[in-house]
Design a protein around this ligand. Structure first.
Ligand SMILES: Cc1cc2nc3c(=O)[nH]c(=O)nc-3n(C[C@H](O)[C@H](O)[C@H](O)COP(=O)(O)O)c2cc1C
Length: 427
């Protein structure tokens, strides 16, 4: 004998109709007044009317995005990105996010990292971790570096000072941009020691000389010479975000045709806006710099072993593998993929820093595995800055340090030195 399936649609519908027929609700519907039973028409006693169960009150479920209301709530750097998008002026957020062209290079920085997997080893004593790295005789507790990024007061009123204080709180190496919205002397004071200084050369040598002399006098031990932006870049995302936010801002998206305020590091020099492009600059520039300063010179923006070799031949003290976070050329080449050929020719002669798309501790691990001594981040700490100021930057750095430590433990690599080519693989 077949039994009615209590979960069948027919059984459910039958139960529902029974409940509806007995419900006072039916009486409120037009044309649905229950008929009074005529005497004798139905000898059965009417069924007792059940009390309908009131519907449960609807409490809207909080959106996951609403859960990050303090810096400490962020679980990864992408949580910061979501908050920064809501707290920052649109054009300024667009300035952070932009790559060039269709953003292929920026995406490939991430794709390159995500196509690498970690080869986790087991039963290694990872009770003590060593994440120290020594660069030019100075030991840092972590290989995570703050990349030079300009105009930080456009992201938070405290700008580079908030970043410097966050860097100091956990002793991160910080590089300050030439186009910072705060002067190097103030940043050094907030950082508690001189930062590395990123130099954009100008086509006017007297401007460059004045800037270098100033940062040398300020005690900055290293000049990071950026060479990947000689003649502008095609930043379409920035242009789109700027169209929806045309407020006046002297530090970046000034109204068309109006001259920007001169950046603090160019003040007191003969700088003119056109000086910023350096299409005629060649490798000899390193030698010229050498003549006016004894600071270490790290060349930032290299993507090929040929250029790494030239940099060494011209006396560079360090190499920074970078495509400006996909904001300079639209080569499509990921920095993590450029790293091995550069590490091969450098072969430990000088330190290597890499940046571009590093968003998790596991990414930093992969950079170290492919031959970098240190890994720099740009957008992640800017998201933290835009979202919550100094606590946001501190939290981003803390997240990355924690993730790196956990990755090292799970991969069975107790020190940076133990992370090598065999720690990773590709599909
Ligand atoms: C908003 C912004 C401003 C930047 N400004 C500079 C700069 O002034 N000088 C420089 O050498 N690089 C600059 N960069 C590039 C960074 O130093 C770094 O190479 C890049 O951000 C790393 O990629 P990531 O953002 O994916 O981490 C900037 C990047 C961003 C996002």
């Amino acid at each position: 004998m077949s039994q009615a399936n209590p979960f069948s649609r027919t059984a459910n519908r039958r139960d529902f109709l029974r409940w509806l027929a007995a419900s006072p609700l039916l009486a409120t519907l037009p044309g649905c007044t229950p008929r009074a039973a005529s005497p004798g028409s139905n000898s059965r006693t009417p069924a007792p009317v059940p009390t309908p169960i009131p519907p449960a009150p609807i409490t809207p479920r909080p959106s996951l995005d609403d859960l990050v209301t303090t810096a400490a709530d962020a679980l990864d750097v992408f949580d910061m990105e979501k908050v920064a998008e809501t707290t920052m002026p649109a054009a300024h957020f667009g300035y952070i996010q932009t790559g060039v062209d269709g953003e292929e290079t920026q995406r490939n920085n991430r794709n390159g990292l995500e196509s690498i997997h970690i080869r986790a080893r087991r039963l290694v004593d990872v009770s003590r971790l060593d994440t120290r790295v020594t660069l030019f005789g100075r030991e840092w507790p972590t290989p995570i570096v703050i990349a030079p990024c300009g105009s930080q007061k456009g992201f938070h009123p405290e700008g580079e000072l908030a970043t410097a204080r966050a860097a100091q709180a956990a002793t991160h190496l910080q590089a300050l941009s030439t186009v910072s919205s705060t002067a190097v002397e103030e940043v050094n004071e907030a950082r508690g020691e001189p930062v590395w200084y990123q130099l954009y050369a100008t086509s006017n040598w007297e401007v460059t000389r004045a800037v270098v002399e100033r940062v040398r006098a300020a005690g900055c031990p290293v000049i990071v010479l950026t060479v990947d932006l000689p003649a502008g870049s095609n930043r379409l995302t920035l242009q789109r975000w700027t169209r929806i936010d045309d407020r006046t801002c002297n530090s970046c998206h000034r109204p068309r045709g109006r001259a920007p305020t001169v950046k603090p590091m160019f003040q007191g020099t003969p700088y003119r806006p056109g000086d910023f492009r350096t299409p005629a600059m060649t490798w000899d520039f390193i030698g010229r710099l050498r003549e006016i300063t004894d600071q270490r010179i790290v060349v930032k923006g290299l993507m090929t072993h040929e250029d790494a070799t030239l940099a060494l031949e011209h006396g560079a003290d360090g190499i920074w593998v970078s495509n400006h976070g996909g904001r300079s050329e639209g080569s499509g080449q990921a920095t993590i993929d450029a790293l091995p050929e550069i590490a091969a020719v450098v072969s430990g002669q000088v330190p290597i820093i890499v940046d571009g798309g590093f968003r998790r501790g596991s990414d930093i691990f992969k950079g170290i595995a492919r031959g970098a001594d240190a890994v720099a981040v740009g957008r992640p700490y800017l998201w933290g800055l835009g979202a919550f100021g100094q606590p946001g930057v501190e939290r981003v750095l803390e997240i990355l340090r924690n993730e790196l430590a956990l990755t090292m433990r799970l991969a069975g690599t107790p020190s940076l030195a133990s992370i090598g080519e065999t720690s990773i693989g590709t599909d």
